[in-house]
Ligand binder design. Structure first.
Ligand SMILES: *Cc1c(COP(=O)(O)O)cnc(C)c1O
Length: 403
């Protein structure tokens, strides 16, 4: 005998409340399974209903709310949320590639994506050829060399901030029968919407700008409804689904997405100009500076005036000086990851590209002394003053102990 209070059933009062009210923000459906009512599981599955709500690995109202919000941001027909950005990337590539297929990929990639392409896909019989993100001749030659299932790149590469010419690479990919999959984590939808420019699939680490508060690991895949269904089926079989509570946090963060991104981008533009004028900085990479090698591509493709919140720069000296500079900062914090409301800074050779050999770092354009800044929402004057004091304090050649 169970006591009535503990039998886990809906009370009439609670059920009636639920049916009469529409909450202004999505409730957290922190629940694994849903009562079947009239339908059978076979009906739901045969209706293509992977997103239907009967078990949370297949679908969940809070997760669906977040997915719809991300789809709207990217101007896509549909989206599926995943357990992480790597969950989005791996699930997408394993959905679109079979043994014997070929992938043509940009060589400037997030370190774990590169690992997936260099180690895991080849072990499953998928060949991967690499090209430079911004070199259209290399894309053309590699795609023309034989059939390819997928062309893969980051719309704004990490950490060199090269800009992908999305329409041209999409056109080349389509001409040779490949689908263009792009990682829009760094630029983000505020800056550029790749689907409108010809990309077939957009993947995101929602951990970064989409969530923006450094408290959730999540991913998203945005595409046409039929491609999303293909990916969603693998989210179900690979188990790369997002937890409802994490989805709630992403959905909540998206309510301030435009505000955050506008503020972060404005501050980044100002900081990039300031760094550009500094004697202690030998190179600044920001797509809003005329000196950026892809400034014209960003001008043509990206939304007017929007150039993102990522700045890469090279401090005078070597990696050792860069390390001392990072430790001398008080407002910007040295940590991997990006896209949060707090300004984060890191040295790529010591974070996202730690697995690269010196030769690979060189080939990827990661110079000694290079650091990567993700600009947050702190007062921009405080950020500039902080960079200034840390550059000054570490300007002299290091003598004795490190700071
Ligand atoms: C962080 C990141 C990823 C991986 O995302 P996770 O959410 O950490 O799995 C993929 N691509 C880029 C460009 C990233 O910055």
């Amino acid at each position: 005998m169970t006591t009535p209070e503990a039998d886990g059933r809906w009370t009439d009062a609670a059920r009636s409340y639920l049916s009469r009210t529409t909450p202004v923000v999505p409730p957290i459906y922190q629940c694994t399974t849903f009562e079947l009512d009239d339908a059978s599981y076979r009906d739901i599955a045969e209706g293509g209903g992977f997103g239907e709500t009967w078990y949370t690995r297949f679908g969940n109202p809070t997760v669906a709310y977040a997915a719809d919000a991300v789809a709207r941001l990217e101007g896509g027909e549909a989206a599926v949320m995943t357990s992480s950005g790597m969950g989005a990337i791996a699930t997408t590539l394993l959905s679109l590639c079979r043994a014997g297929d070929r992938v043509v990929a940009a060589r400037e990639l997030y370190g774990d994506t590169r690992d997936l392409l260099v180690r895991d896909l080849p072990s499953l019989g998928v060949r991967v050829d690499f090209v430079a993100t911004a070199d259209l001749e290399q894309w053309e030659a590699a795609l023309a060399a034989g059939p390819a299932a997928v062309a893969y790149a980051e719309t704004l590469s990490n950490p060199q901030l090269r800009v992908l010419d999305i329409p041209r690479v999409a056109e080349l990919a389509h001409r040779h029968g490949a689908r263009l999959v792009v990682d829009n984590t760094f630029a983000s939808a505020f800056t550029v919407q790749p689907l409108a420019l010809g990309a077939d699939v957009v993947v995101h680490s929602a951990t970064k700008f989409l969530n923006g508060h450094s408290d959730v690991v999540a991913g998203a895949v945005v595409a046409d409804a039929s491609t999303v269904r293909e990916v969603q089926r693998r989210v179900v079989t690979f188990g790369t689904c997002l937890d409802p509570h994490a989805a709630f946090l992403v959905a909540r963060a998206l309510h301030t997405y435009e505000l955050r991104l506008a503020r972060q981008a404005e501050a980044a533009a100002r900081i990039a100009r300031w760094l550009d004028a500094s004697q202690e900085v030998t190179e600044v990479r920001y797509p809003g500076l005329a000196s950026h090698p892809d400034a014209a591509v960003a001008e043509r493709l990206w939304r007017p005036g929007r150039r993102g919140a990522m700045v890469a720069f090279v401090v005078r000296g070597d990696n050792d000086r860069a390390a001392r500079f990072l430790r001398a900062l008080n407002v910007a914090r040295e940590a991997t990851s990006l896209g949060g409301v707090e300004t984060l800074i890191s040295a790529p050779h010591n974070s996202s590209q730690f697995s690269y050999t010196p030769a690979e770092l060189d080939l990827a354009g990661i110079k000694p002394g290079m650091v990567r800044l993700s600009v947050g929402i702190e007062p921009v004057d405080e950020l500039v003053a902080d960079l200034d004091q840390a550059l000054k304090r570490t300007a002299a050649p290091s003598v004795g102990r490190q700071i």
